[in-house]
Write a protein that binds this ligand. Structure first.
Ligand SMILES: [Zn+2]
Length: 481
């Protein structure tokens, strides 16, 4: 383990560029009709002559994949090219049956773009993208069956030919926290745009990181290392923090960083191959695929299909629904929840229900939605002060289970709060009569003594009196006494 020294963070700054692979949410693969749902399916059950590279098989481009890729680019403010071509990236590896991967090289479909970051201290920052390109995924090697290690390897081609986009950022990320915020924001935008589910556990979003160090204040880029195999946001953060220490340690003892590929093993980064051993991919245009002609009409059509994105929705939740920025942040971070939020408000009659609804959703542990109409009815009960938000929260599991109308359930359980001042006044009189000391205390200026009286009324009402009203009536009662 490398020892952290104060001087390291004082002297150096990390410069990071991220390359993120995202699996497009299509029904079929990029160049064949095989189903794109191979995760967890029996090995080699989603294969055909095209995606296993049989002689004579020809690729046919999936239009839906192209449109999802365009959608990603436009949602990220990227610029679509007029023309884009596929290239062959040549290398030999057992998970690549054609011995080349169909990718894009010097004519990707998108240049530029940006990812807005929301940082912990409330600040924002834009990280610019270098490019986005399309490519097919490779297969997967298996070195064990269950816990049984093999002395040979098996290949599963279910993932081979699955459509991916690679999103390449400029080296504008300067800390592990910024890298984390970048991935979070990217994931949200792609999920909202419907481009990908970005489920990292299924490998639908994978990340490689380029990291170099430079003396603080310097603008010159140092020699970088590429870290592979980062399959969670936490891995990215941990790997960058480790690699910062490693490179700072080398540099501060007068050493040089070698340009190389390193692998994160969960604890440290280890050298995989140096630049000298790097592949020469001999890219050339794929003669089996025609160039994509991207017309302005096509681009406009895709653009019009992009739904409201997270940033716009956050702002709208604050301006239209009067939620706090924190509430908007929490609700919008999950597209399913924020869609539900909007749907419930459609079936509710009062505008200010938004605030009650936000409090309910955020206060119910492991929130699982009930039917929007049911939720609107529950919110209305809180708005009319028939029940408190706390009671609604306690009632929620039962509504979820029984699917009963909350209004009926509240009646059945006798939960409704008593708001009738005539009934409340009787209880208040009873409480005042049996607590003469509290009256004297309040008259003597000790207003907090009213707490005991409210408590007495709550006891008399079996918890159903509305505490705010009771409090008001107690002071009225004392004034008259
Ligand atoms: Zn296939």
């Amino acid at each position: 383990m490398i020892e952290w020294k104060e001087t390291m963070t004082e002297s150096f700054e990390m410069v990071v560029g991220l390359e993120v692979h995202v699996q497009l949410a299509t029904k079929t693969k990029l160049f064949c009709a095989c189903s794109n749902d191979g995760f967890g399916a029996p090995p080699n059950s989603r294969v055909c002559p095209v995606c296993t590279g049989q002689p004579g098989a020809l690729p046919v481009l999936n239009k839906k994949a192209v449109e999802l890729a365009f959608k990603a680019a436009l949602a990220l403010n990227g610029k679509l090219a007029h023309k884009s071509i596929f290239a062959r990236k040549n290398y030999f590896y057992p998970d690549l049956p054609k011995a080349y991967q169909i990718s894009q090289y010097d004519e990707p479909f998108c240049l530029g773009g940006e990812v807005p970051l929301r940082l912990k201290d409330g600040k924002t920052k834009i990280v610019e993208l270098a490019r986005i390109h399309m490519e097919e995924d490779a297969g997967k090697l298996l070195h064990a069956i269950g816990s049984q290690a093999l002395n040979y390897s098996l290949v599963d081609f279910n993932r081979g030919g699955v459509p991916l986009i690679e999103i390449v950022s400029k080296p504008e990320i300067f800390s592990s926290d910024e890298a984390y915020a970048y991935l979070n924001s990217l994931k949200e935008i792609l999920q909202y745009a419907g481009v990908s589910n970005c489920d990292m556990e299924k490998g639908e979003m994978r990340c490689d990181a380029n990291i170099s160090l430079r003396p603080k204040g310097s603008k010159k880029l140092g020699t970088r290392a590429e870290i592979k195999n980062l399959n969670s946001f936490k891995n990215v953060k941990d790997a960058l923090e480790y690699e910062f220490l490693r490179q700072a340690d080398v540099l501060s003892s007068g050493g040089k960083i070698i340009q190389e590929t390193r692998l994160w093993n969960g604890k440290e980064t280890v050298s995989m191959r140096s630049k000298e051993e790097a592949h020469d991919y001999r890219y050339f245009p794929d003669p089996d695929l025609v160039p994509i002609d991207i017309t302005p009409e096509w681009s406009e059509k895709i653009k019009s299909e992009i739904p409201e994105l997270p940033q716009a929705r956050r702002e709208r939740f604050v301006s239209d629904y009067h939620l706090s920025p924190y509430e908007a942040e929490v609700l919008v971070s999950d597209r399913v929840i924020s869609d539900y939020f909007i749907q419930v408000l459609k079936s509710s009659e009062a505008q200010n229900d938004a605030e009650v609804l936000a409090k309910l959703i955020m206060n119910i542990p492991d929130f699982t939605p009930i039917a929007p109409e049911q939720m609107a009815s529950l919110v209305a009960l809180c708005r009319q002060k028939t029940i408190t938000i706390n009671q609604a929260k306690e009632l929620y599991p039962e509504i979820l289970e029984s699917k009963k109308d909350p209004k009926i359930l509240v009646e059945e359980k006798g939960l409704a709060q008593v708001l009738d001042e005539k009934i409340l006044r009787n209880w208040v009189q009873e409480a005042l009569a049996s607590n003469p000391k509290a009256i004297l205390d309040i008259k003597g200026g000790k207003k907090q003594a009213a707490g005991a009286l409210v408590g007495a009324v709550m006891k008399l009402s079996k918890g159903k009196a509305n505490p705010a009203l009771v409090n008001k009536l107690i002071f009225e009662g004392i004034d008259k006494a």
